[in-house]
Design a binder for this molecule. Structure first.
Ligand SMILES: [Zn+2]
Length: 352
């Protein structure tokens, strides 16, 4: 089953690249790209999902009721072949690198793991088989279903566990008749979405790397900036929100650079001498200015001229540190331009 899912992932990749050859995906809004994905690629990768979905990490995770952290649960379900493809496409679409945390990518696109989307197909198929069984249908597929049920094989066990977890009412409804319960597939999918959203919420709040994201993100769902065209501006906005940029706070976080605060400091506002910065950092109450998102947006004097071009509204939002407001529908057009200009000034030689 794993091999089958991997083959579908590869087919999905092929479908994506042939779509990319036909349509200039960078010229349309990210929301439109996601719609194309659902219409043209999802049918390819979900082929036969009624049979293989119970063997994915996401369903086995729900069904085995594992006691593990929300972060570990999300990492496991991101490891399913189909979800790896989904996340790759979401990251390519939003213009971030593959190392970017999955949490803000699911959150900003408002996309649930594909395993949840496909659970309805699986349960509808299950319910059709239950009906065939009740009618004593001579079809081979009904005999396969009876075998699954009698031997309590994985496929059947998963459908039962899903029902148990998300539509226990279906079990109560069938106790008297001793029939196999037929879960309400729409209800199960909607409750699975809530289950995922709860895990997502907790995992993002616990993620220390997502400090700025947690400040600007209020609830799970498609962000207005992804409905606007202009790939470069959207990409810069995603970089800022998800901390997948090259500001020193990020580049100085890993490997050998992690040994000194110098690599996370703003070199325009602090000394450019590493030894001085390291010595200063050892003093009590020292507060080395780090080059992070807030510093870029409202503090660093290097970008004073760019900030002066902002409207009074945007100026007030920044002064009052109401960062989440920057990304509201009313201000997003101006914010996108502002963020794009900041990155262009900060990284003049790189291709934005
Ligand atoms: Zn600075």
């Amino acid at each position: 089953m794993k091999l089958n899912q991997e083959q579908l992932r590869i087919k999905g990749l092929r479908a994506y690249f042939s779509l990319k050859k036909t349509v200039d995906l960078s010229s349309i809004s990210k929301e439109a790209v996601l719609k194309l994905f659902d219409a043209l690629i999802l049918p390819v990768v979900s082929y036969g999902s009624q049979v293989w979905l119970p063997y994915t990490n996401i369903l086995s995770n729900i069904c085995q009721k594992k006691t593990q952290s929300d972060k570990d649960t999300l990492s496991q379900l991101a490891n399913d072949s189909i979800e790896r493809l989904h996340l790759s496409l979401l990251k390519w679409t939003t213009g971030v690198n593959k190392r970017t945390s999955n949490i803000p990518i699911w959150g900003d696109t408002g996309r649930y793991p594909l395993g949840i989307q496909l659970s309805k197909l699986f349960l509808d198929f299950h319910n059709r088989l239950v009906l065939l069984d009740r009618k004593n249908s001579p079809q081979i597929v009904r005999h396969a279903f009876v075998e699954q049920r009698n031997l309590e094989l994985t496929w059947f066990r998963t459908s039962r566990a899903l029902t148990d977890a998300f539509d226990p009412g279906a079990i109560k409804r069938t106790i008297v008749s001793k029939n196999v319960p037929m879960p309400n597939s729409q209800l199960v999918r909607s409750r699975m979405r809530n289950w995922f959203q709860e895990k997502w919420e907790k995992a993002r709040l616990e993620n220390k790397k997502l400090t700025f994201y947690n400040e600007v993100k209020s609830s799970f769902g498609l962000e207005p900036y992804l409905s606007l065209p202009n790939h470069k501006k959207t990409r810069c906005t995603t970089w800022l929100r998800t901390s997948s940029h090259k500001l020193n706070i990020e580049t100085g976080r890993y490997g050998w650079k992690n040994s000194s605060i110098f690599y996370r400091a703003c070199h325009f506002c602090c000394s450019s001498d590493r030894i001085t910065i390291d010595l200063l950092n050892e003093l009590p109450f020292s507060d080395i200015i780090k080059e992070d998102e807030v510093h870029l947006l409202k503090e660093c004097p290097v970008y004073k001229e760019i900030r002066q071009r902002n409207s009074t509204d945007l100026h007030n939002i920044l002064t009052n540190s109401q960062f989440s407001k920057l990304f509201h529908e009313d201000y997003i057009l101006e914010t996108r331009n502002f963020v794009y200009n900041l990155f262009r000034e900060r990284f003049p030689k790189s291709k934005l």
